[in-house]
Design a protein around this ligand. Structure first.
Ligand code: PLP
Length: 454
């Protein structure tokens, strides 16, 4: 790919100077590993200086240098109503005024649990925790306690938080007994995890044929968003349910990202109910905390009854069901009306269409995939159905695209393997800013392809 129109624009302008953010990063680097409290924030995949944000309102973030960005990360999903939504702010302020944490039960916890149970039909009971990682960790322990088995099946490219036994992602994409993806995870722990390629029922059936009696659960992202957006192929979720049921294993649907975002009932609301039956357990986080640390796992009442204090599976948390976090989550869910989901759909339609147009005009190989209003672009030809496909893309083109967008005031996820997140606060003015930035960014992506091909 050479000498296409629009491939000559210079990217010398990036990484753009961000002196105030850089000064904060320098301070952070002295006291925090890598300067960040969660790795993807460090911009390692795209280079440049991560922006230290000072404030957020509606669809916008403002950084330490005083620049404003349209936010297409939305805190990786939670800010579905936009930043500092007035009703959520009021709920949080009111709750905080009554005390921060009681270490006792309180009404907001009940109300939030009721809201979740009312929305996701198969979920009869939930237990609240403080992060998605805790939710999946606890769901796995519960599945093991319920079945008396220890092996967990997960899919390559699915992220379920930084739980030891779930960090085995086995990059090869071939059905394999996993090696840990992280130092510090014992081999023995990873050996209890089977990693399979996503969207491959034959691989699942083969694994169950071999070790079905040992498998406690299959955990899957309801619709994966952590390798970019890779929805389940038609029939895949049904197949997971059928095979697990046949072998007495539980099915855990991780809706931490998709829950209350893809629809009022999450991915389940779009794809379910399933003829083969519902997943036994679900995990939630992100949107249900409204930007505060609140998450949950839940499902069948007979499985949930295994949890302490009713049953023998121990699980606890000093701040679980925190009154301020639950107030934020409850207010957020209560304001996730049909109009909110309609708006998300409209904005996703507009942005994906324009993104496809501009990349097409610039001659950039790309495929855009969607799950509800979540979407991502892969810089490659052809649909992405699993992690191997996702990795087979032109990452430098994404970095070029990303920095062009950033320099034009659009804050994208700083990785080619992440979904873009919208909020109902993304009004036409915010959308127009994104649209205006796309042509130049598409040219930069084309230029990056041209440099590699040259
Ligand atoms: C974000 C995420 C998690 C982990 O949640 P944290 O709150 O970051 O611990 C788990 N599963 C999925 C699908 C996620 O997207």
């Amino acid at each position: 790919m050479t000498d296409r129109p629009g491939t000559t624009a210079s990217i010398a302008a990036y990484p753009m100077e961000a002196p105030a953010s850089q000064a904060l990063l320098d301070r952070a680097l002295a006291v925090t590993p890598g300067g960040v409290n969660s790795p993807v924030r460090a911009f390692r995949a795209v280079g440049g200086t991560p922006r230290f944000m000072v404030s957020g309102h509606g669809p916008y973030l403002r950084d330490a240098d005083g620049r404003e960005y349209v936010d297409l990360v939305c805190s990786w999903g939670p800010m579905i109503l936009g930043h500092a939504h007035p009703a959520v702010l009021e709920a949080v302020t009111t709750a905080a005024g009554r005390g921060f944490s009681f270490g006792t039960p309180s009404e907001n916890e009940v109300a939030l649990a009721e809201e979740i149970v009312a929305r996701v039909e198969p979920v009869e009971q939930v237990r609240l925790v403080s992060s998605g990682t805790e939710a999946t960790m606890s769901a796995i322990r519960l599945a093991r306690g319920f079945t008396g088995r220890s092996v967990i099946v997960k899919f390559a490219g699915c992220y379920h938080g930084h739980v030891d036994s779930l960090l085995a992602a086995a990059g090869s994409g071939v059905a394999t007994f996993a090696l840990p993806d992280s130092a510090g995870v014992p081999k023995e722990m990873a050996a209890e995890t089977i990693v399979l390629p996503y969207n491959d029922l034959a691989a699942l059936e083969a694994a169950f044929a071999e070790r079905g009696q040992e498998i406690a659960a299959v955990i899957t992202e309801a619709s994966p968003g952590n390798m970019g957006v890779v929805p389940p192929a038609p029939g895949f979720t049904e197949g997971l349910r059928r095979v697990t049921t046949e072998h007495g294993a539980l099915l855990v649907s991780d809706e931490v990202m998709t829950g209350f975002r893809c629809s009022a009932a999450g991915w389940y609301g779009l794809e379910g109910p399933y003829a083969a039956g519902a997943p036994d357990l679900f995990t939630f986080g992100k949107v249900m905390g409204g930007g505060f640390p609140a998450a949950a796992f839940g499902g069948r009442a007979d499985v949930m009854a295994m949890l302490a204090p009713l049953g023998p599976v121990y699980q606890a948390g000093t701040l679980s069901g925190n009154p301020v976090a639950t107030a934020a989550g409850l207010a957020t869910l209560q304001h996730c009306t049909p109009e909110v989901y309609d708006r998300l759909t409209t904005v996703a339609d507009t942005l994906t269409a324009a993104l496809g147009d501009e990349l097409g005009k610039a001659g950039v190989p790309h495929v855009i995939q969607r799950a509800g209003s979540m979407f991502s672009v892969f810089f490659r030809e052809g649909a992405v159905v699993n992690y191997d496909d996702a990795k087979d893309q032109h990452v430098p083109a994404f970095a070029a695209f990303f920095h062009s967008m950033l320099s034009q005031g659009v804050h994208l996820p700083p990785s080619a393997f992440e979904a873009w997140f919208l909020s109902a606060a993304h009004d036409d003015a915010a959308v127009d800013r994104v649209l205006a930035a796309l042509p130049a960014a598409a040219s930069e992506a084309a230029a990056a392809f041209a440099r590699i091909d040259a």
